[in-house]
Ligand binder design. Structure first.
Ligand SMILES: Nc1ncnc2c1ncn2[C@@H]1O[C@H](COP(=O)(O)OP(=O)(O)OP(=O)(O)O)[C@@H](O)[C@H]1O
Length: 461
């Protein structure tokens, strides 16, 4: 087992900032020990190293037999986890091809003509982290989240543009709100633009308004830039903006003024925070996103880690989230163990939804909600799935409701199909019309392990 970072508290600063903690972190290195890139290495304190020929990889290889996104190694509480990320030529450990495996001491990973060694330093490096286990409404006690809080707190004080990256449900909007609340603009407005909904036709009016210098107070005529004056403008999913709109946005950001109907430009006084679940650097390379706009938005960048890479946050998150629910929910060690074994494709939002569902099931007298993840088709007695979902989602914002219904649908569908075909992958392939690879991917994405499904079936009999 690899050494794990331990947190020791040595110094305290003011209460607002939380405690400052010096944390001994074991850096780790992924090094090419043979092949065309021999000697190349990456040393990091982060939780994930991506290896491939793609320039966005953490360790970029020139070996032509290596795929663009070949593999990744993740530092987990149980050790270093190697994962093939869909390579063409495969990933090998001791001559055996592996899709996923924990690395043992001295293991060599083979990919194409390259061999890698992964080492964790025996001696920890001391790093100063914000001790607070929350920032605004964001909660997290893991080292990763405390790094994020340290960064967000630093960035909040400066009036620079910020790009927040992260998968869906990792808390990007909460982070943006928290930065606003900790900034000098906190008494000004915080306005959100959902870039998914901005079409070329609507962009002009919604973003910049049909403004006359004289009617800047008329709310109808004001675009969001005007409405956010003195505050923060949050461009949610900025990667979805059509290219033409990207150009207009850039012009406004460069000029720091919006065009008006009477030819008098109106100055804008906003801080822009943007978010994306996409790899915008890759979009820039592919010509889908303007490089100049990217550099304007990403003056500071903060990446929110997926929940599956910081499972140690689960107890404190579950606790904090359960206190915000309408009904109470019981969190036992078994619940948390179940949570730890799940991949959380919908991240913290999904955790909140599961807790909400659990609270509802407890309320309806069903105390066995905890096996919900393992048995996705189980519902409160007498309640058909459709009703159950509808009851929960009508109280949610659209995007959240949609994610929730889709996630529910996929889990229900695949769990049910697997059960009806007797857990036979070949039969499931035929039944679903999906390729074996897609089937595996979707089962994994939905946290459905054959073992769990079979166990659940056994319990039901
Ligand atoms: N670190 C966290 N602490 C507490 N709650 C969190 C955290 N991260 C996310 N949440 C919860 O998850 C929900 C989703 O968060 P948020 O909308 O900020 O995510 P997002 O990354 O912007 O998602 P999307 O990309 O889908 O819009 C929030 O309503 C909140 O309840």
């Amino acid at each position: 087992m690899e050494p794990r970072p331990e947190v020791t508290q040595t110094t305290q600063t003011d209460k607002e900032e939380g405690r400052t903690t010096r944390v001994p972190i074991h850096e780790w290195t992924v090094e090419v020990v043979s092949g065309p890139d021999k000697g190349k290495k990456v040393t990091t304190q982060d939780g994930l190293v991506r290896v491939g020929s793609d320039p966005a990889s953490d360790l970029v290889l020139t070996d032509t037999t290596v795929s663009r996104r070949h593999l990744e190694v993740e530092r987990t509480p149980r050790g270093l986890l190697l994962r093939d990320t869909g390579s063409r030529n495969g990933t090998f450990l001791d001559g055996r091809q592996v899709l996923q495996a924990y690395l043992g001491r001295g293991d060599k990973v083979e990919l194409g003509k390259t061999k890698l060694a992964v080492k964790v330093s025996a001696k920890p490096t001391e790093v100063e982290l914000a001790g607070a286990e929350s920032f605004g409404a964001l909660v997290g006690s893991s080292e990763k989240m405390r790094w994020v809080f340290t960064e967000l707190r630093r960035v909040a004080r400066e009036d620079m543009s910020l790009l927040i990256e992260g998968e869906t449900g990792t808390g990007k909007e909460l982070a943006a709100r928290a930065v606003h609340q900790h900034s000098a603009r906190r008494h000004g407005p915080f306005k959100v633009v959902d870039c998914n909904l901005i079409s070329e036709e609507k962009a002009e009016r919604e973003l910049f308004g049909g403004l006359r210098a004289s009617d800047a107070e008329d709310k109808e005529a004001r675009g969001v830039f005007e409405a956010a004056r003195g505050g923060t403008l949050f461009l949610d999913e900025v990667g979805e903006l059509p290219l033409m709109v990207q150009g207009k946005l850039l012009r406004v950001l460069d000029a720091r003024e919006v065009p008006s109907l009477d030819g008098q430009p109106v100055p804008v006084d906003v801080r822009v925070i943007a978010s994306t679940h996409r790899n915008l650097e890759e979009d820039v390379r592919q010509g889908r996103f303007r490089a100049d706009l990217y550099f304007r938005l990403a003056v500071a960048r903060v990446r929110l880690p997926p929940l599956r890479t910081r499972r140690e946050d689960l107890p404190s998150l579950a606790q904090a989230l359960s206190q915000t629910l309408r009904a109470s929910v019981t969190l036992t060690p078994q619940t948390l163990a179940l949570f730890e074994g799940y991949d959380w494709p919908g991240n913290v939002r999904e955790l909140r939804n599961v807790l909400e569902r659990g609270a509802l099931m407890e309320e309806t007298g069903n105390t066995s909600w905890l096996d919900f993840l393992a048995q996705p088709s189980r519902r409160p007695e007498g309640q058909p799935p459709g009703n159950h979902v509808a009851t929960l989602v009508t109280g949610m914002p659209y995007h959240e409701a949609k994610d929730r219904v889709l996630a529910d649908f996929e889990r229900l569908y695949f769990a049910e199909v697997m059960r009806t075909v007797g857990f036979d992958m070949k039969a499931a392939e035929q039944r679903t019309g999906l390729s074996m690879q897609s089937l595996y991917r979707l089962l994994k994405k939905n946290g459905l392990r054959l073992k769990d499904l079979k166990n659940a079936e056994g319990l039901e009999k």
